[in-house]
Design a protein. Structure first.
Length: 169
């Protein structure tokens, strides 16, 4: 698969520099993307217009990808989290494309990563109960061959954040 360069228009994120103020703005927005620009500008020591321009510049550069709503899993009746380690039956682009298509069609798979080591992929699956997970598991093994599928049930969430560290900007 080819390497993607994140671009918007003619601006490449590699050519744009970000400073401490941008970092502070991102930290605020990562905690609450609904924070109004007036509040952000006061917190970072800028007037409203330059602050708004910085936010727009980070959006245009692709640093701010999108703004989303975080849903409480328990209130959404998907309180069971299962981490699924998958070992591929074949290491071929065709198999990978089928796997990606499969996990895209399963809404219970909320995260997926390709790994190094003994497990090829790890999935984060959220479901209401074990019966629902069993349906996801059966759908997966019905549609694609796996060498191994290893399920790990989360007993307790110790840390959850969508915020990434901004000190490396």
């Amino acid at each position: 698969m080819s390497e993607k360069i994140r671009k918007t228009g003619s601006k490449s994120i590699d050519k744009i520099t970000f400073d401490d103020i941008d970092q502070k703005i991102l930290d605020i927005l990562q905690k609450d993307s609904d924070t109004v620009v007036n509040t952000i500008s006061e917190a970072v020591g800028l007037s409203v217009t330059p602050c708004w321009r910085r936010i727009k510049r980070m959006e245009e550069a692709g640093l701010i990808m999108k703004r989303v709503v975080l849903v409480d899993q328990a209130r959404a009746n998907v309180s069971l989290t299962v981490f699924v380690g998958v070992t591929a039956s074949r290491h071929e682009i065709g198999w990978l494309e089928k796997f990606c298509a499969l996990i895209d069609e399963i809404p219970e798979v909320v995260e997926a990563y390709r790994l190094t080591g003994t497990v090829d992929y790890i999935l984060k699956v959220v479901v209401p109960d074990m019966a629902a997970y069993d349906q996801v598991y059966k759908l997966m093994i019905e549609k694609l061959d796996f060498s191994q599928v290893n399920s790990m049930i989360s007993m307790e969430e110790l840390k959850f954040t969508t915020a990434i560290p901004t000190k490396y900007l």
